[in-house]
Ligand binder design. Structure first.
Ligand code: ARG
Length: 460
């Protein structure tokens, strides 16, 4: 390979171990497409501004097409000696186009080049994450719509609290993913900034037309400060932190699916295609997908900590430390995408056990608040009503009964205000129907929320 591209001032060969240590090609080779795209735009701009001739640009653009084909045909030899994807592409171009290729790097540094490559890559990936999240939301909406008649116990402290519509519970996740989408869309604005042409850190002496490069590459705006352009990785930290929050949402959903599919709950069955067996216990059917997603949340949170720590205290402008940003970023993108994808599919393969959910609503005094509300509606101050309901619960517990199993005379020991209408009042249907406050679990509310969500997604 001969002299290194930066070898001019060096008199000794790089130590072999240092060469391997310094190289990032194993990781950053996946940026080849963005890298080539950036180079093509740079060449077009240089030809337009007469920094190189149109003929030279044409030759090199064609050559870059060949380099791309070579990489895609798996014919490119990657070696630590050439450090990273930027030098591999340039070296391959030199082999195809000869000395003309040496003009490609005019007015450019790997510092602005790598910043551009990551932005091109991440713009695309952020959009596909958003699309996947829409798919997940669509599945939640579909499931919510098909199960509007299912009631489940709502929990606080993982103790049965009050009955809620299962669809209402599902739509809580719709809201979380909606916020995730908003966050990713918002961070897209800051990813969509074009840094090329800021060179090493100070800008360059060539009459680069950065606005033109920005248009060619389809970026929303050009970066304003050359020093910031090469040292900014906020968009990486932002993306990973949004990804971590999104994974935390999936981990919470996972935890629920795992609980719900246990014999103790038996609220759902996850299809065989999305569960696995045990090599020793023949009866087992494990919710591995949900468990793995819950587990993978850890690595995304870890990636966030890695990148934050990597950037902490870095002086301006580019520092080689920043080469370490790609592994956690790529791992985050890959992990997040596969988790959403597998989840969206799994959701189409879950059976809901309506009767089991309903049965759970009938045990554990989920109507105790409603007894208090009943008394309050009849004029008793709520605090006193709460205490009467509490005493009734203690009494029922002692008798091994639920509140609606108590005879009217038994209720009457606690308050004269209680009449036979109490039984209808404490029924699950009426409890749900009464929760009409905006955002509550009343059927009308939930139907409207599901329709609104379907409208937001353009679903019929
Ligand atoms: N491989 C490097 C990275 O990923 C590219 C930029 C290197 N710049 C430099 N001056 N050594 O950060």
């Amino acid at each position: 390979m001969g002299e290194k591209m930066w070898g001019g001032r060096f008199s000794r060969k790089t130590d072999e171990l240092v060469e391997a240590f310094n190289a990032s090609i194993d990781v950053d080779k996946r940026l080849y497409e963005s890298d080539i795209q950036g180079s093509v735009a740079h060449l077009k701009m240089m030809a337009r501004e007469h920094i190189i001739s149109q003929e030279e640009a044409d030759i090199l653009i064609k050559g870059l097409g060949v380099v791309k084909e070579k990489i895609e045909a798996d014919e490119m030899v990657f070696s630590d000696e050439l450090e990273d994807i930027h030098m591999h592409v340039e070296y391959a171009l030199t082999q195809i186009c000869g000395d003309t290729a040496r003009k490609l790097h005019t007015g450019r540094s790997r510092n602005d080049q790598v910043a551009l490559d990551i932005r091109i890559y991440l713009k695309q990936e952020t959009r596909s994450v958003i699309d996947l999240l829409y798919r997940m939301q669509a599945n939640l909406i579909r499931m919510a719509r098909n199960h509007l008649d299912v009631v489940m116990p709502g929990y606080t402290h993982l103790q049965r609290a009050q009955p809620v519509l299962f669809s209402h519970h599902l739509m809580a996740y719709y809201e979380m993913f909606k916020r995730d989408i908003n966050r990713f869309e918002d961070c897209l604005k800051r990813i969509d900034v074009m840094p090329l042409g800021t060179a090493a850190l100070a800008g360059t002496t060539y009459p680069l037309n950065r606005e033109y490069t920005t248009r060619v590459l389809g970026f929303a705006k050009v970066s304003d400060n050359s020093i910031d352009s090469v040292s900014d990785r906020d968009f990486v930290m932002e993306f990973i932190s949004h990804a971590a929050i999104c994974m935390i949402h999936f981990s919470r959903l996972s935890e629920e699916l795992i609980l719900w599919s246990s014999s103790e709950f038996s609220f759902i069955t996850i299809s065989d295609a999305f569960t696995t067996g045990s090599s020793i216990m023949p009866q087992k059917k494990n919710p591995d997908v949900a468990e793995l997603v819950r587990g993978k949340t850890g690595r995304v949170v870890g990636n966030l900590v890695a990148v934050l720590t990597l950037m902490k205290s870095l002086p301006l402008a580019y520092n080689k430390d920043m080469q370490e940003d790609k592994e956690p970023l790529f791992d985050t993108v890959d992990t997040l995408k596969i988790c959403i994808d597998v989840y969206a599919r799994m959701f189409e393969n879950i059976t809901i056990h309506k009767d089991r959910m309903l049965a759970s609503c009938k045990q554990g005094f989920l109507n105790a608040t409603d007894l208090a509300d009943y008394l309050a509606a009849k004029g008793m101050p709520f605090r006193q009503a709460h205490s009467v309901a509490g005493k009734s619960v203690a009494y029922a517990l002692e008798k091994g009964k639920e509140l609606d199993d108590l005879a009217l005379e038994e209720f009457k020991q606690f308050s004269d205000l209680i009449e036979t209408d109490i039984y209808g009042f404490l029924s699950i249907d009426q409890m749900i129907a009464r929760r009409i406050s905006y955002g509550g679990t009343g059927l009308d509310n939930v139907k409207k929320a599901v329709d609104k969500a379907a409208g937001e997604l353009g679903l019929k």
